[in-house]
Design a protein around this ligand. Structure first.
Ligand SMILES: Nc1ncnc2c1ncn2[C@@H]1O[C@H](COP(=O)(O)OP(=O)(O)OP(=O)(O)O)[C@@H](O)[C@H]1O
Ligand SMILES: [Mg+2]
Length: 154
């Protein structure tokens, strides 16, 4: 993927499907490892996107919000998926305590919810996924922007 992609969804399932499609593309193009930085407000659909993504990589895994553990590992598929939720992170020490730097060295997919919290700690090459509610009249409507940063392979 070379350019920014803008997509729209009207339901949780459609957002999951976008995550699933992106995972299939990354698998097909052997873009592994890959780091996906997710951005968006509380309850906008980041975990839904991750659920769809994981369904393509590790279908037997149950995706839950890792709010308390900060990271969930889904290893039932060919490529491990590491799912971070950084909402409660306070400082770099918290990142160190979960071994964040080690995860970055693995041949895996890393997805971070609340990437806003760690702008300095994101890898230079990444896919940014921004999810927004873009229409107050349609509360289930979402705008999803997927943008490669720093020359992620296409
Ligand atoms: N188009 C949509 N895409 C995704 N979720 C949607 C959509 N429409 C409605 N929803 C609902 O919005 C909520 C999204 O919850 P989800 O846990 O995925 O959000 P989140 O961004 O991970 O929140 P948090 O910041 O708390 O981790 C769910 O209740 C889901 O059913
Ligand atoms: Mg979430």
């Amino acid at each position: 993927m070379e350019n920014r992609q803008i997509l729209f969804t009207n339901s949780t399932e459609e957002t999951e499907k976008i995550g699933k499609t992106l995972a299939k593309e990354l698998l097909a193009s052997e873009t592994i490892p890959a780091f996906l930085a997710l951005y968006g407000d509380l309850g906008v659909g980041k975990t839904a996107f991750v659920r769809g993504f994981v369904s393509a990589v590790s279908p037997a895994s149950l995706v839950r919000s890792p709010t308390f553990s900060l990271v969930n590992e889904y290893r039932a598929g060919k490529v491990p998926v590491y799912h971070f939720d950084l909402y409660r992170i306070e400082d770099e020490d918290d990142l160190a305590s979960i071994g964040y730097d080690d995860y970055l060295t693995k041949k895996a997919f890393c997805l971070t919810e609340w990437s806003e919290k760690i702008p300095e700690a994101l890898p230079a090459c990444r896919l940014e996924v921004r999810i927004e509610k873009d229409d107050p009249r349609h509360p289930d409507h979402r705008k999803i922007t997927i943008e490669p940063i720093g020359g992620i392979p296409s």
